[in-house]
Design a protein around this ligand. Structure first.
Ligand code: K7E
Ligand code: CUA
Length: 662
């Protein structure tokens, strides 16, 4: 089947490239002429000359690598991987003592996760380039990346959740980040038979408030929901601001052979959540405080050190009992994505098993609610009538719709996983305008500002699950891939394929002008309040505290101070607290020592970081800088003398002919 699609796809694509001949160029650039211009024109539009900058930042999730990767668009060049939910040896994320607490959870130290949906902060419904929020699916958490430094600054665990998938989506002024459980579970967790799922398992939707100054998150309250699967969510905007929409599937409440048993109902629901109403209940004290346990890990920007706090209760509002919070909108069939158009009026349900795309009307939803026109209820939650709230149907646009984005010019674009294509259709007329093959099996797609009031309908990227023959073969494990389309004309034009890091799901894209001036170049040494900082080489020293030895070390081109240390013993635990004294952009130094059971440190200018080393063997052991920092980088190293446990070698340290003792 896939083979057939693929062959067909290649044929259609070849035609598409020819059909795409568009003298003059959709973006206003001059074409090279029709005879030589076809591939040349596409190449020109993605070519960013050496030293020049891309027009957009693309933040693609890494899926099972647990990170967010930053690409330049249109070139497709990879700029950076921002470490989030997984340890990264490249820079010591999760290995240094300063960053380890970021991985604390109620399950212990969890150094990996599956990250699906980066969503950028917004002001008045427009992307503002302050923060990116992202979800951990497996051990439910939400992270906040600060775009002032492109670093993860905070991770909060979500209790009463499992498969934290309908996350981390942001309301139009970043009032809340919303996180929904994909799997329903016993709440509170308890020992019970699995086949008593139906009626007993529950879901939660969490509202995480955001401090507008610092970005710091706080789990404000959770909504208790029936035991369905909550797959994706998107915020209302403009008129529908104050509402949030979640897809559900498994309204059958099946607990085994879900591929069959969860696909019985013709329609599942989109849950329309009036979060402003829920907030009123919360403020009026209508929630119940329930014991639980979750971790909240924050990076202190002054010390560059993460601190964990444990919380022991959460406020739960029961959406099945408190009226007016949630309404169910019947939606065919096992919907995956739910997407809200830039006006906030249309809510698109992407029914994976449905032949058609269903579009609901927000004004009709409000109207039906005001007139209490319900066709039933599920666990006390009113069900609206499908026909009453229907805005329109896109008839048979493709097979296996997953996600929809918008260009801000009245068009929507939907990915179809099974028929392996992206389809452009018009809001209001529901007519299909164009379709292009995408290689192969796209999941999410992204348009700059796509999840906002002001999309920038210039480019579209599909993120594809199957790469197969698109690149040179590299064995059985392949990276996933992205495809860049120009969407400025009537027809989409495929411009570029580029491989991506791990498996991107959703992505966020913003014009570079809105972000590039906000990023830091160094950390100021004068503002470094790390308790183990050394502000100059004179403050360096070594201190023994029983078996613990603290080395206060500095680094600057091209030496460590101290670089000779004696009096360390087998059985000691040595903490290297290393400050990079450089104050120039792009001058990190690295640190690694033989046999260290963690990773290197990459210490950025003005930063202090700590690596722990437990010497195993007697001898004289070298350490060195891992980042080629100067012409004398290879000289940037030193020695540590390790003596037997019972030796009486005195603790001493030095650089050149300066030598100190404790
Ligand atoms: Cu469709 Cu996790 Cu948003 Cu992947 S999800 S594709
Ligand atoms: Cu410092 Cu290489």
């Amino acid at each position: 089947m896939r083979q057939t699609i693929k062959l067909l796809g290649v044929g259609v694509a070849a035609m598409a490239v020819f059909a795409a001949c568009n003298p003059g160029g959709a973006n206003g650039k001059t074409s090279r002429g029709s005879s030589s211009g076809l591939s040349g024109s596409a190449a020109e539009r993605v070519y960013v000359a050496p030293g020049e900058h891309d027009e957009y930042y693309g933040f693609l999730s890494g899926g099972f690598d647990g990170h967010v990767s930053v690409y330049g668009i249109p070139s497709g060049r990879l700029f950076k991987t921002i470490p989030v939910f997984s340890q990264v040896p490249t820079n010591g994320w999760g290995y240094s003592e300063e960053t380890k607490p970021m991985f604390n959870t109620s399950f212990g130290f969890v150094p990996w996760d599956d990250l699906h949906h980066p969503d950028m902060s917004q002001t008045n419904g427009e992307l503002d380039g302050r923060w990116i929020f992202a979800n951990a699916n497996n051990t439910p958490r939400i992270a906040r990346i600060g775009l002032n430094e492109f670093m993860t600054q905070e991770i909060i665990e979500i209790p009463n959740s499992a498969g934290n998938h309908s996350s981390a989506f942001v309301t139009e002024n970043t009032e809340y980040v919303v996180a929904g459980t994909r799997f329903s579970i016993p709440i509170p967790q308890r020992d019970m038979p699995i086949d008593e799922y139906k009626g007993n398992f529950k879901g939660t939707l969490s509202m995480i408030s955001v401090d507008q100054e610092t970005g710091e998150m706080d789990l404000a309250f959770q909504l208790l929901m029936p035991g369905f699967n909550y797959d994706l969510g998107h915020p209302g905007r403009d008129n529908s601001h104050g509402w949030f929409f979640f897809t559900t599937y498994n309204t059958e409440e099946a607990h085994t052979l879900q591929e069959v048993n969860s696909s019985q109902n013709d329609k599942d629901f989109i849950a329309a959540v009036n979060w402003k109403k829920a907030e009123e209940y919360f403020k009026a004290g209508k929630g119940k405080k329930v014991p639980t346990k979750y971790y909240h890990n924050k990076m202190n920007p002054k010390t560059q050190t993460a601190v964990s706090t444990v919380h022991e209760e959460v406020t739960i509002l029961d959406a099945m009992e408190l009226p007016g919070i949630v309404y169910f909108i019947p939606t065919p069939k096992s919907p995956h994505g739910v997407d809200v158009d830039p006006t906030g009026e249309y809510i698109i349900g992407n029914g994976k098993l449905s032949a058609n795309l269903t579009v609901h009307s927000f004004s009709k939803i409000l109207n039906a609610i005001e007139n209490e026109r319900f066709e039933g209820e599920a666990y006390g939650i009113p069900i609206l009538n499908f026909e009453d709230v229907l805005a329109g149907v896109v008839e048979q646009p493709g097979l296996g719709p997953l996600h929809t984005e918008f260009d801000g010019k009245g068009n929507a674009y939907t990915t179809f996983f099974i028929s392996s294509e992206v389809v452009k259709w018009e809001l209001g007329t529901w007519e299909v305008k164009d379709r292009k093959d995408s290689y192969y099996s796209p999941g999410h797609l992204v348009i700059p500002g796509g999840n906002s009031r002001k999309p920038d309908g210039k480019y579209l990227i599909t993120m594809n699950k199957i790469t197969k023959d698109r690149f040179l073969p590299v064995g059985p494990e392949l990276n996933h891939a992205a495809q860049l389309f120009d969407i400025t004309g009537d027809k989409m034009e495929l411009l570029l394929d580029f491989p991506t890091v791990a498996e991107p799901h959703y992505a966020s894209m913003i014009h570079a002008d809105k972000l590039k001036h906000k990023t830091k170049e160094i950390y100021r040494l004068s503002e470094n309040e790390h308790p183990r900082v050394v502000k100059n080489a004179n403050e360096t020293r070594v201190e023994r505290d029983g078996k613990n030895v603290h080395v206060y070390m500095s680094m600057i081109r091209s030496h460590f101070t101290p670089d000779n240390i004696e009096g360390i013993k087998v059985g000691d635990k040595v903490y290297f607290h290393i400050t990079n004294l450089e104050q120039d952009f792009d001058l990190p130094h690295g640190f690694a020592i033989i046999g260290n059971n963690n990773a290197e440190l990459l210490v950025l200018p003005g930063q202090t970081e700590t690596l722990t080393w437990e010497p195993k063997h007697v001898g004289v052991w070298p350490f060195y800088c891992t980042d080629f920092c100067s012409a004398l980088h290879q000289e940037m190293g030193g020695y540590i003398r390790v003596s037997p446990e019972d030796s009486d070698v005195e603790l001493s340290w030095g650089l050149d002919d300066e030598k100190f003792t404790e």
